[in-house]
Write a protein that binds this ligand. Sequence first.
Ligand code: ZN
Ligand code: ZN
Length: 187
Amino acid sequence: MLAAKYELDSTNSTAIQVNSIRNHITGLNVREIERKAIVEIQLHRQLDQLKALHEFRSEMMQKMERRYARLKKCANELRVELAKVLKLNLQLTGQASLTELSVSELESLESTLENGLQQIRQSLRQQYKDAIESKVETCIVCLTEKVSMVFLPCRHRVLCGNCALRVNTCPVDRKEIHDMFPTFGSI
Ligand SMILES: [Zn+2]
Ligand SMILES: [Zn+2]
């Protein structure tokens, strides 16, 4: 009888222990599952952010590539234009052979040069005229030295001694200089 009671008590005690352990394990599992779920949610969020970042980056890369292609095209066009301009410049300054040009190309070049020369002459005249009218006593060529030469026969007095020695015609009226002599003081 006693033995039977002990056995029963023992069985009850074991059952209680098993239940307690089961509760403990169940409690642990729930917390573990919750923790894992939170971690999983965080990982999903991070993954979404990474995907968005990746999309943004690849979009930017595509934009940069398109921009690069446009710039490359522009640079090539400019290179072609520059080659044309350089060639034209060599022809205009007489440094390139003109034999390969056709009659119409030569005529066009001639009229371009004539127009340019006309504009340069007009501009020079205007500057000489302005210098004379403003009665500035500095040389109209070097713009630094004082005027010190008078030309004959036109009697213009616009250049310094150094600049006067380098010209054969008067810069104001293009008349040939037959003689020149130094002047002193103001007019
Ligand atoms: Zn001068
Ligand atoms: Zn003169």
